[in-house]
Design a protein around this ligand. Structure first.
Ligand SMILES: Cc1ncc(COP(=O)(O)O)c(C=O)c1O
Length: 357
């Protein structure tokens, strides 16, 4: 195989230099640039991991389920490649636990223009990271119709599934499985606030059996053969966690996220060089636009975030890391007091760097 140079051509095709920016990589560089001599605590609005804040601690149901599975001594071995049978059954039973609703317009033309003969799937992230969008039933239905017309499948990243607090309720893409085959990605990480447990899943909704016929499922299984998979005792805890977690826990999380998103949007209104074009309706993040002409000695979003980390010990992800230069991704999944404090510091940073004309 021909070696790809950093930039240049391969088989006479232009090869773009990859921008080696990852979210984790940039956040660890931002952490390193925090001033160690500063006695204020570091507040990170960089990653979608609120597990450190007591208001977001997971439910005792999940803790007990894991402790029981661990202490049973039954789950110390390797699990099957595709997961424990009881875990798979538990997920199967609870795949449709949601109600549809109405809403929104989709840019059908834009999707059809983007697709070509090499397009195999349409990927949606709902609720969305980084924008905090929650698609309506109507919007998802249009997506299903377009995918069906283009003869491609839908991959639905629903890792933030159910974390919706705006006007649209969360609708799982799987409800359109009879229109188009849907491969749904789910996880315990966000809804149960245990990202360190590393447990996620794929669910197919495909009554017409297209995934089987096209061997998609077979290929996914082969891929899992080379992965370690989550710890067996965590897998064993999943059915109990899914069955027993009560609505009170979910409602509490959603209420705090709603309150935190409102604090975020309200405080940002007080900062002229940052605007929030779309209020988040779900997930844990929102994109904010930087108005650079209002700022002195800040060249772009990356410069903004590094100087902010150094001067204020606040970590925010530069939009460039998610493909949007001169935007900021703020993760509001922090306890309200820390969020308020972080935004006060962002405000004073912006005031210090405001251009006076
Ligand atoms: C949209 C989206 N999908 C998937 C993931 C990965 O989730 P997990 O922590 O379960 O690996 C994340 C994590 O932030 C995410 O934001």
């Amino acid at each position: 195989m021909e070696k790809v140079k950093e930039s240049g051509t391969m088989n006479n095709c232009e090869v773009e230099t990859p921008k080696n920016i990852t979210i984790k990589g940039i956040i660890s560089l931002l952490m390193q640039s925090v001033d160690e001599k500063c006695d204020r605590s570091v507040i990170s609005l960089g990653m979608g991991d609120p597990s450190a804040y007591s208001c977001f601690h997971t439910t005792p149901i999940a803790q007990h389920a894991v402790v029981d599975a661990f202490q049973s001594d039954k789950f110390n071995g390797y699990s099957p490649t595709v997961g424990l049978p009881q875990t798979r059954r538990g997920l199967e039973v609870r795949r449709f636990d949601l109600l549809p609703d109405k809403g929104w317009e989709v840019d059908r033309d834009a999707i059809e223009v983007l697709a070509d003969q090499n397009t195999v799937a349409l990927v949606i992230i709902n609720p969305g990271n980084p924008c905090g969008n929650v698609y309506s039933y109507q919007h998802l239905k249009e997506i299903a119709d377009i995918a069906e017309k283009l003869k491609i499948l839908v991959i639905a990243d629903e890792v933030y599934g159910h974390l919706a607090f705006g006007k649209n309720p969360f609708v799982p893409m799987g409800v359109f499985g009879s229109t188009v085959p849907v491969l749904t990605l789910g996880s315990l990480s966000k809804r149960w606030i245990v990202p360190g447990w590393r447990l996620g899943w794929f669910v197919t909704t495909d009554p017409s059996g297209k995934f089987i016929k096209t061997k998609v499922v077979e290929h996914i299984k082969k891929y899992f053969d080379i992965l370690g998979g989550p710890a067996t005792f965590i897998q064993a805890a999943v059915p109990y966690i899914l069955e027993q977690t009560d609505e009170v826990f979910f409602k509490k999380t959603i209420n705090i996220l709603k309150q935190a998103s409102e604090i975020c949007c309200d405080r940002i209104k007080e900062i002229p060089c940052i605007t929030c074009p779309h209020k988040p309706q779900g997930s844990m993040a929102v994109m904010m636009k930087l108005n650079l002409p209002l700022l002195d000695d800040i060249s772009d979003d990356i410069d903004f975030c590094f100087k902010l980390a150094k001067e204020e010990s606040v970590i925010i992800l530069p939009g460039t890391a998610v493909g949007l230069k001169d935007w900021l991704r703020i993760t509001f999944a922090a306890d309200p007091a820390s969020l308020e404090e972080a935004l006060v510091r962002v405000k004073s940073f912006c005031q210090r760097h405001t251009k006076f004309i």
